[in-house]
Ligand binder design. Structure first.
Ligand SMILES: NC(=O)C1=CN([C@@H]2O[C@H](COP(=O)(O)OP(=O)(O)OC[C@H]3O[C@@H](n4cnc5c(N)ncnc54)[C@H](OP(=O)(O)O)[C@@H]3O)[C@@H](O)[C@H]2O)[C@@H](O)CC1
Ligand SMILES: [K+]
Length: 503
């Protein structure tokens, strides 16, 4: 089920596997897998293909040298830019063997400063500069080379990790760092979180995993996965004929301070379109009499509502007034399943006692912070949260005993026991006002229909991103997609999933 491994975990697998294999076997397999992946990206007539291979000073460079030798034997015109290890550093034996193979092949070695590199029309660049051994930002000649490669218009295949990207966090290693902008990444032994969150999705392109035929016994159970429909599909239930609106739960969205009534309306509309029996839009100030665009919603003043009668989605447009704070306090004190978003998270961040009570609740809690909200809760900065999104989400989940959905590219969903998932759907169309309210309403809807909080969060994030992906393929984004447009697309995606998976 799409496990992800940290660099430390990959190193442990590599160490254990290498001990059972002939010397150099893993690098040879990596080089072969890389060459195969490259051939998939080249014209059928390889003899015409011009391939630029960048080989760094470590074993990632060794993979590249192996791949270069293989490709040159297929007839491709391979040009190699090779960085020897720094003075005082010794190549591994397998890397030295790979260098020899490349030297005796038809691959042509060129100097890094060769001006013809920028001017040549390459069919493919293979990036084997740095993999999981990257230790510092790229600088000097390597940085200049990466900047040149990033200007080329051909496919770029990264080996293991796009050089310059941190394989654990998905951050370009900086400050002011650069990384190879790959169109494809073939990653070795196991998939890595950094390829799927933060900057990872922008730099890795399409990711493929080559396990290098390592025996499954060398892999410890993963605590981190990519999101997968299999994780939640058993909760996709077909509807019974003999059912009524009372069968599908109640959601109450609490928010809507003055000037911000749109946020709870978006969340409430999403909830009713995602199958909830009854949906209330509750306003901390100036309740709207009704929502003319969605008259099924019951619009009320929040103060008049019995909070124990619905799944609560608190926060969209809630503001920071004392009335908002009091409502959050009451919501936490209630017995209802609770989703806290947006201003509810900001209010929580400023009230340690409320955080303690939240952590002690019996009923389920889901929090859906974006990175700034997460930073406020953690008492840190956006930069610190983004530098390690997984740690941020896991820390919050453990501290607040809640499912935490840390939004952003490669949304991270974390549970108090440390298990975590990175979502794979979604695109930059979601970077617009109101999409968070839609996600909150969707997750609240699933919770109200009886989904456990972990699966509800996984499914909501998946469907929300999938709806955006479908809309983008239809030309409704990424530029200019509005949050409200997601709602019917989510309804369609949810119904399709139920048709496909439910019994
Ligand atoms: N071992 C195996 O069995 C297998 C390994 N595999 C492959 O090996 C890769 C890991 O190899 P690795 O550990 O040698 O690290 P790698 O990513 O090549 O970089 C280290 C080198 O880069 C240097 N360096 C670092 N940062 C730098 C910078 N910013 N600017 C300049 N230099 C910098 C660093 O120098 P140092 O800091 O030590 O002076 C060192 O020389 C892995 O990703 C996979 O592709 C596969 O073949 C499967 C089997
Ligand atoms: K690389």
């Amino acid at each position: 089920m799409n496990p992800l491994y940290t660099v430390a975990e990959i190193r442990a697998v590599e160490y254990a596997a290498a001990a059972t294999l002939p010397p150099g076997a893993l690098m040879q397999r990596a080089g072969q897998a890389a060459a195969n992946a490259a051939l998939d990206l080249l014209p059928l007539s390889t003899a015409q293909a011009r391939v630029l291979v960048l080989a760094g000073p470590g074993d990632n460079g060794g993979d590249a040298l192996e791949a270069a030798a293989h490709l040159s034997y297929t007839g491709a015109q391979v040009t190699l830019i090779h960085f020897a290890p720094a003075e005082g550093r010794v190549s591994s034996d397998e890397r030295q063997a790979a260098l020899q193979r490349a030297k005796v092949s038809d691959a042509r070695f060129r100097e890094v400063a060769d001006a013809s590199i920028a001017a040549t029309e390459w069919n493919l660049v293979i990036d084997g500069l740095f993999g999981i051994g990257l230790k510092r930002p790229l600088d000097g000649a390597v940085r200049a080379l990466v900047e040149t490669v990033n200007q080329l218009r051909c496919n770029v295949l990264a080996l293991d990790v796009p050089s310059g990207l941190d394989a654990d966090s998905g951050c370009v290693v900086g400050p002011d760092g650069v990384a190879v902008h790959a169109t494809h990444t073939i990653t070795f032994i196991g998939n890595k979180p950094g390829l799927h969150t933060c900057d990872g999705r922008d730099y890795a392109g399409l990711v493929d995993v080559a396990r290098l035929e390592i025996d499954a016994s060398h892999f410890a159970p993963a605590s981190l996965h990519l999101n997968d429909v299999k994780f939640f599909s058993r909760h996709l239930q077909a509807r019974r004929h003999n059912s009524h609106k009372g069968s599908y739960g109640n959601v109450a969205v609490i928010g809507g301070a003055r000037g911000m009534s749109g946020a709870p309306i978006l969340a409430a509309r999403t909830a009713i379109n995602s199958g909830v029996g009854r949906v209330y839009a509750l306003f901390v100030e100036d309740a709207l009499p009704c929502d003319p665009g969605q008259p099924e919603l019951m619009c009320r003043s929040a103060g008049d509502f019995e909070l124990n009668t619905a799944t609560l989605v608190i926060g969209p447009g809630l503001g920071d007034s004392s009335a908002a704070h009091a409502l959050l306090d009451q919501a936490i004190a209630s017995d209802s399943v609770l989703l806290a978003d947006a201003d509810a998270i900001n209010l929580l961040a400023g009230d340690a006692a409320l955080q303690t009570r939240l952590a002690q609740r019996q009923a389920a809690v889901v929090l859906t912070p974006h990175p700034l909200e997460a930073a406020r809760l953690l008492g840190s900065s956006i930069g610190a949260v983004q530098a390690d999104r997984l740690a941020a989400a896991r820390t919050l989940a453990a501290r607040l005993q809640a499912i935490v959905v840390l939004k952003g590219s490669g949304t991270v969903i974390a549970a108090p026991d440390g298990k975590a998932v990175i979502n794979t759907t979604g695109n930059p169309a979601l970077a617009t006002a109101g999409t968070g309210d839609v996600l909150a309403g969707l997750c609240g809807a699933l919770l109200a229909q009886g989904w456990p909080q972990w699966e509800a969060a996984l499914a909501a994030v998946w469907l929300h991103g999938m709806a955006a992906d479908v809309l983008v393929t239809e030309g409704c984004g990424p530029i200019g997609l509005t949050a409200a447009e997601l709602i019917p697309a989510i309804r369609t995606a949810l119904n399709r999933m139920v048709q496909h998976h439910a019994r």
